[in-house]
Design a protein around this ligand. Structure first.
Ligand SMILES: [Mg+2]
Length: 392
């Protein structure tokens, strides 16, 4: 068995271009799907996949770790920059999809079989609709409460919102009180049993992140995500130590050693590694082993396309410390036309039962992808009131 060809299929899904990667073997009908969606870097990732293909054409796709090492270490530059690492991820996921198909088992069976019966999922407020999630103004607490109720009515027992506005390194109490009002409104509208997550998008400085964390602590968040820049390990550590709310981070980290430093500093309680950026399943499993040593939970970042979701679920059925799967379902109305999935979702509670089909268990409709060709992603830019640059 040899790798014959590697294709990229780009599908514009409004906010993101889903980048699907198809690794095709010389055996009839045997191929695998991966995903390496990286907003505002689509053409770069497509190019990186093309560059990596030179290393892989003619190689045996079953030697996944060997090929991962080649992709990561050969050509001199290690493959842990964001673009290269995303391209490696997409190919690695596709190689594991092939491995599952070769052995006629779902991917999670290759890693020891399922460790749980179901996986809980959470949604974004608005179900992945870009405007509702990213552009609901933080001074409109009622809208947050209404969207929270809609998520619960949709069957979810957990949801995430962006109730923390962009702030300069220091600002007064106004944004903190606005965030608190939003979370208070959501908590009173959904009651105590629903889990609420707030993603700060690494907008605050450590000092502001601490203020937001303290203000939101009484509302019992499931986790508080990226309360400051991910590279500010000391800031994350300070906040995680100061509040009972678990801190989540990791979606932008691609280096195994950086995860080690994060965990060793106790900078988070929830690791949000992104399987489509960190280096695919091969590297995600190494990160998970590191996290296990610190009893840190896994909740992979997954606002991307349907291959990424299938990958997160396969990973979750094999990982004891995986707690919840991030999902979007209303980003585009034709999402289900592009993919057919091997797993099933119970509407009440939004619990997923494991895929029984080989590999990722998905089929991708390439004709549907062709209906949504590449478009540049919509710019998302933040400037503070004084005109200086902020974080989106
Ligand atoms: Mg996030």
């Amino acid at each position: 068995m040899k790798i014959e060809r590697i294709e990229t299929h780009v599908c514009n899904a409004r906010m993101r271009n889903w980048i699907f990667v198809k690794v095709i073997t010389n055996e009839s009908g045997l191929f695998g799907w991966g995903e390496g969606t990286l907003e505002w870097h689509t053409r770069s990732v497509v190019g990186a996949v093309e560059d990596l293909s030179d290393l892989l054409i003619g190689e045996d796709p079953s030697r996944i770790e060997h090929l991962w090492q080649m992709m990561h270490r050969q050509h001199f530059w290690h493959g842990d920059g964001l673009v290269r690492s995303t391209a490696i991820s997409a190919i690695d996921i596709a190689l594991w999809d092939i491995a599952g198909k070769v052995h006629s088992v779902p991917c999670h069976k290759l890693w020891g079989g399922e460790v749980r019966d179901t996986i809980r999922t959470y949604c974004h407020l608005g179900g992945g609709n870009m405007e509702k999630f990213y552009e609901t103004p933080v001074d409109n607490a009622k809208q947050f409460a209404d969207l929270a109720q809609a998520a619960v009515a949709d069957g979810f027992t957990a949801f995430k919102c962006m109730a923390v506005p962009p702030t300069m390194t220091l600002e007064g109490q106004k944004p903190v009180r606005a965030a608190e009002a939003c979370v208070a409104a959501m908590r009173s509208s959904v009651g105590p049993e629903i889990d609420i997550m707030v993603d700060c998008h690494a907008r605050p400085s450590p000092a502001m992140g601490l203020q937001f964390g303290k203000a939101l602590e009484p509302y019992g968040l499931y986790f508080l995500e990226e309360p400051c820049w991910p590279e500010s390990v000391d800031g994350l550590t300070m906040i995680n130590a100061a509040i009972t709310t678990p801190i989540a981070t990791g979606e932008r980290i691609t280096r195994l050693a950086d995860f080690r430093d994060l965990f060793a500093s106790r900078a988070c309680e929830v690791c949000q590694l992104d399987i489509t950026h960190v280096g695919g399943f091969s590297e995600a499993r190494r990160v998970a082993s590191l996290a296990e040593a610190y009893r840190i939970s896994l909740a992979p970042h997954n606002p991307q396309g349907p291959v990424s979701t299938a990958a997160s679920l396969e990973f979750g059925f094999s990982q004891p410390s995986y707690i919840i799967c991030e999902t979007v379902h209303s980003d585009v109305p034709w999402r289900d036309d592009v993919v057919s999935e091997g797993f099933s979702v119970e509407k009440k509670g939004r619990l997923v039962r494991p895929n029984q089909k080989p590999g990722l268990g998905i089929e991708i409709n390439e004709d549907e992808i062709k209906k949504h060709p590449f478009l540049p992603e919509l710019p998302q830019r933040v400037f503070y009131k004084d005109g200086s640059v902020g974080d989106w």
